[in-house]
Structures are given as structure tokens and as C-alpha cells.
Write a protein of this length. Structure first.
Length: 195
């Protein structure tokens, strides 16, 4: 069961809430909106399908070079924390970078997620939106899943930092898009989110 959600925000942030009857929620951040990334992304759907809790998949508001999109993640996270007892963050590619940076900012604000998992995260979007730098500031468990043949993003830079801090890293024999492996990746991400 799914329901449509309008996230309270200064921007137009809309989402789909899957399996809302739970005390736990994962906020799922889509890939780059200018590259077709949206809440209907097959990797986000696969993660949502594999979870045993609610999942808020959302679309970013109007393009704002990462700054507004980061606020969209934080607004979606705030909505989830207002409506669920336990909240975790997940993101893919562009959304993976945003999930990690949002987790760091929420940690600094004293409201960290229970855990954050990124699938093939971009290492850096701007000087202020840097996933590698954010890792040290995150006050919760961190997990990374990436494809060993990924040439789209520098997931290895993020992965190295996560390993240094004792986070869990899983490598899949795939490129950035995990074509034909969505179910496998969804289950692996769901496992990391549930540990």
C-alpha cells in the first residue's frame, strides 16, 4: 500500500510513502533530477520493496544545483521524524551524496538518523556538499554499496573514508546503474539499513 505525500517545505517536494503502517521509516533520496532521477527510480523502488518498514520516496523541488535538493532531503527527514519513531536515510548516486551530507548536518543539529546507507554515492557536488568530508561528522552507522565497474561517480573516495571509520562496505559486480540487479541491490541495501 502506498500513499501520496506533500512534504512541508518552502519548495515543492512530493513523495510516495510505501507501507505507511510502521513505527520505522526510511527516507529514500533519488539520483540526479536533471538526469531523470525521481522517486520512481528502479533502485529506490527495489530498496522500498525489500524493506520491512515504511519508505518515503520523494522528488526534489526545482533544480537548485544541490543546495535546494539538500534542503529537500532535510525537509523529508523532518517530516519522517515527526511521523515515525525511528528514521533512517538512504540515497542513490546524487541522492547518496545528499543522504550522507544530510546525515552529517542532522548529526550536528543533534537529530541524527538511526543509520544512513548510500548506493554508489557521488563524492562531492559542491564545496559545501562533500560526502567524503561529511563522513566524519555523521553520528550513526554508515553503509555503502557500490559497483566495482562504476565509472560514473568516485564512490571509492567515500568508501575509503567509510571503511576508515568502521562502516560496512559492500561491492557488487556491476556498473553505476546495476542493470538487471535491482532486486539484489535492493535486498543488500535493505539489509544494511536494518542492521
Amino acid at each position: 500500500m502506498s500513499e501520496q505525500i506533500v512534504v512541508p517545505s518552502d519548495r515543492d517536494v512530493r513523495g510516495t510513502l510505501d507501507s505507511p503502517e510502521s513505527d520505522r521509516c526510511v527516507v529514500a533520496c533519488p539520483p540526479h533530477p536533471q538526469m531523470g532521477g525521481s522517486r520512481t527510480d528502479p533502485r529506490l523502488r527495489a530498496v522500498s520493496d525489500a524493506l520491512d518498514c515504511a519508505c518515503l520516496r520523494f522528488d526534489y523541488g526545482p533544480w537548485d544545483e544541490g543546495r535546494g535538493e539538500l534542503e529537500d532531503v532535510r525537509d523529508a527527514y523532518a517530516w519522517a521524524t515527526d511521523n515515525y519513531d525511528r528514521v533512517r536515510l538512504f540515497g542513490y548516486s546524487f541522492g547518496g551524496c545528499l543522504a550522507l551530507v544530510a546525515a552529517a548536518r542532522e548529526s550536528a543539529a543533534g537529530t541524527p538518523p538511526e543509520r544512513v546507507v548510500a548506493l554508489s554515492p557521488a563524492a562531492r557536488l559542491t564545496e559545501e556538499i562533500d560526502a567524503v568530508a561529511a563522513i566524519e561528522e555523521i553520528d550513526c552507522p554508515v553503509g555503502i554499496v557500490y559497483g566495482e565497474r562504476d565509472t560514473t561517480v568516485d564512490a571509492e573516495a567515500v568508501t575509503e573514508r567509510v571503511r576508515e571509520r568502521g562502516g560496512r562496505v559492500e561491492v557488487v559486480s556491476a556498473d553505476h546503474h546495476f542493470v538487471g540487479q535491482e532486486k539484489k541491490v535492493g535486498e543488500l541495501v535493505a539489509e544494511l539499513l536494518s542492521i
